[in-house]
Design a protein around this ligand. Sequence first.
Ligand code: NCD
Length: 307
Amino acid sequence: MTNPLNKHLLDIASLPDKYLEAILQRTAFFAAEPREGIQRHQGRCIVNLFYENSTRTRVSFELAAKRLGADVINVDIAASSVKKGETLSDTVRTINALGVDALILRHAQSRAPHEIASLVDGSVINAGDGINEHPTQALLDAFTIQQRKGGIAGLTIAICGDIRHSRVAHSNIHCLSRLGAKIRLIAPQRFLPTEDYQPANVTCHTDMAEGLAGADVVMMLRIQFERIEGEPQPDIAQYRADYCLDQRLLKLANPDAFVMHPGPMNRMVEIADTVADDAQKSAILAQVKNGVFARMAVLDLLLTRSL
Ligand code: NCD
C-alpha cells in the first residue's frame, strides 16, 4: 500500500519529527498572520466525512478550509447512503471519484483512516479514529502550550481522566513526549493505559495530589462513556470526589500552571466550573481558537505537498 506520510496526516505516532516541527511553525505563522491564508487554495475541494458527533473539530476544519479559500463539503451521514448500508470503503471511493483534494475523516473504528488512505487520490486527514488518535487536537494543544510557555521541552504536563479510551490523550502522549515534556498520567486504574502502552518519559498515578504536584500544565479529559458501554459504569460521585479538578487541587500544580480541555467538558465531573471559567488559568477557548490555525497549517502543507 502506498501511503506516503507527506500526503496524509494519519497519526502522530508515525509523523516524522521534521513534519511535526513544520506543522507547529506553520501554525504559528497563521496565528500571527491569519489573513495570509486568504485565497491560497482557491478551487480546491475539501470534504468533511464525520461518522461520529463533533462540534468544534468539524467546524474548525470547515473554517480552516474556508480561510484558505477552498470549497468545503460536509457530508451529512444521517442523510447519506450510509443509512442504506453502504460501506466506508464504497463511500470513500464515491467521494474520491467526485474529485477531492482532502478528505477529513472521523470514525468510531480505530485505524479507519489508515485503511482507506490508499483509496484516495488526495490527502486523508484523521479527525479522530476510535480510541486510537486525534492528531490535529494534539498539534493544536502543543501549539497552545508553546504559545503560553514559550516551549515544551522540560515541562511537566499532567493529563487526567479517561486516558485509556481517549484518542486525544494517545496523540498528546506521542506528541508532547517527543517534544521533550515529562508526562504524568492521572486516572483510576481502569482508565490508565494498558501495560504495553507506556513511552519512556511518562509516569502513571492514581492519586491526583501526587500527579498534580508541581505540574506546569494540567490537561483534563472527560470519561468516554460511549466507549465503555457494556462495562461496569463508574461511580460518578466517587469519581468527582477523587478526580474533579477544582481550585483546591489546582493549587498543588505550579503557581503559573494553566488548564486545558479538548472539550466537550462534563462540568462538575472532571472539571469544576470555577476552573473551567477561570479567565487566567483556563486555556480552553484558546485551544479552540488555535485549532483553526493548526488545521490551516495542516491543510496548507498537505495541499502544497510541503510535508
Ligand atoms: C474529543 C474527541 O472527539 O476525541 N473532542 C474533540 O475533538 N475536541 C474529545 C472527546 O470527545 O472527549
